[in-house]
Design a protein around this ligand. Structure first.
Ligand code: NAD
Length: 451
């Protein structure tokens, strides 16, 4: 008799994991979920993406990306419209007809900095409820970033409770962190620098090995909590590099030294390199700030270790962005009634994501001080309008935002902001080293935030 379910399908002799047999459900159609779903669908798996957001589901089913992410639109139209390998749904029942579920829902911060696991809990409960009716094996993989211990202490108990089945028996469990960078997420999906598989048991890990077998990347297999911590350690290290170079930049600035020349000198040391050493206004986005906060929170409240270095990384970052306002006040004096143009609302270029974007914080402070704010971003205007207060003049181009301004703040280094000629005779504060200071100084009143 043929054994039921995935174990048979993934037997090494069959090599039929790709294409015809394995079906994957991806829970959450956000940056991580939708890119994973489209990536897997484009390599021959049959994928259904489940999200609670009706609008998102409807858009994706028409082959349209609800997110600005290079290459994602093309991938969706190919997989959804041409090949039929990907569809989206709001119905968890779809999990039943799949072999592997990837949990990719959000894990935002609570107000005290702790991680909000409510979406992960909901997803685990819903998958468990469906698996109750399933015959045979199913692998559940958490891809959302979660505090070490979450898969074992939260996800598995909920899966077991709602399915009535045993993890490590009929249900396989793994944690497989996502390392994508927004703006390059599709490219990163097909060219990961490493794949981390945190496995409850070797069968769960073997299935993920098979899933990723054609990926050109080293694979590290660990237990579940170790994999969860690898993700936090990666983000903590990247954030530390940014706050480190901003601290060096603040010292250099006082000494009249250009920190970017320092980085050139540092970068030839192979132990240091030049990545994530762009001095400026610090990190934002949906990952680094909230992941650092939740790691510091869990460490200090549950593990009796206050994590002083990581706290300092957050403190440096908090202060850094507000230097834009300090410099503006030095240039213009009292900001009440001054016209300030904000270029860039996304937390970085090539994305429409404004979560914890430095521009939002600066705009809030400028409005409190009575400044008249105009703003432009090539992709993030729609998302920014949802979260920003009333009273901002949204513009259709950088030139329009700049036109009547007393001062221009460059908050995101989009390519279209890099033309020094845009700023002729204006006062410009560059938060991202978007401009060449020598060229800019010849055309306008130019000041870097920390150079
Ligand atoms: P996101 O907010 O863009 O997407 C989450 C999606 O999950 C949303 O579409 C939401 O509607 C959906 N959702 C919420 N609850 C649901 C439920 N119960 N069932 C089905 N769908 C549900 O989030 P994201 O940026 O894709 O991040 C997801 C996770 O991946 C987070 O833990 C994040 O920390 C991590 N991560 C994000 C990135 C990144 O660059 N965005 C990179 C690596 C890891």
């Amino acid at each position: 008799m043929k054994p039921a379910g995935l174990f048979w399908r993934l037997s090494p002799v069959s090599h039929r994991i790709r294409g015809e047999l394995v079906k994957i459900s991806v829970i959450g159609a956000g940056y991580v979920g939708l890119v994973s779903a489209a990536g897997l669908a484009s390599t021959g798996y049959s994928v259904v993406c489940i999200d609670t957001d009706n609008e998102k589901v409807a858009l994706v089913n028409r082959g349209i990306s609800p997110l600005h992410e290079a290459g994602l639109g093309d991938l969706l139209s190919r997989c959804v419209l041409n090949e039929g390998s990907l569809r989206t749904s709001t119905e968890y029942d779809e999990v039943l007809d799949t072999d592997i579920s990837l949990i990719c829902v959000g894990t935002p911060s609570n107000s005290d900095g702790s991680i909000d696991l409510s979406y992960v809990r909901e997803a685990a409960k819903s998958i468990g409820g469906v698996l109750k009716a399933k015959d045979g094996y199913h692998l559940v993989v958490t891809r959302s970033t979660v505090i070490p211990g979450t898969t074992m202490d939260v996800v598995i108990p909920l899966l077991e409770k709602y399915s009535g089945k045993k993890a490590g028996g009929d249900i396989g469990v793994a944690f497989n962190p996502e390392f994508l960078q927004e703006g390059k997420a599709v490219q990163a999906f097909f060219n990961p620098d490493r794949i981390i598989i945190g496995e409850l048991d070797s069968k769960s890990g073997d299935i993920l090995m098979e899933l990723y077998r054609d990926m050109p990347a080293p694979i590290v297999r660990t237990d579940v909590a170790t994999a969860e911590m690898i993700k936090y350690a990666s983000n903590a290290f990247l954030a530390t590099k940014i706050s480190f170079i901003n601290e060096i930049a603040n010292i250099c600035h006082r000494l009249g030294i250009d920190v970017y020349e320092i980085v050139t000198g540092l970068s030839f040391d192979y132990r240091i390199g030049d990545r994530f050493l762009n001095a400026g206004i610090g990190f934002g986005g949906s990952c680094l700030p909230k992941d650092l906060r939740s790691l510091v929170h869990v460490s200090s409240t549950k593990l009796d270790y206050p994590a002083p270095l990581l706290r300092a990384v957050l403190d440096v970052n908090e202060a850094q962005v507000l230097k834009m306002v300090d410099v503006a006040e030095r240039k213009l004096g009292n900001l009440d009634g001054k016209r300030v143009a904000i270029l860039g609302l996304a937390f970085k270029p090539k994305t429409d994501d404004v979560r914890e974007a430095p521009a939002l914080r600066v705009i809030g402070v400028l409005l409190e001080k009575g400044a008249l704010v105009t703003a432009y971003d090539p992709e993030a205007m729609e998302n920014a309008r949802i979260v920003l207060p009333e009273g901002i003049g949204y513009c259709d181009s950088a030139a329009e935002a700049i036109a009547d301004s007393d001062c221009v703040l460059i908050m995101t280094e989009w390519d279209e902001f890099r033309d020094e000629n845009l700023y002729k005779d204006k006062t410009v504060i560059d938060g991202r080293r978007a401009l060449d200071p020598r060229k800019a100084c010849a055309l306008c009143d130019y000041q870097g935030v920390c150079w």
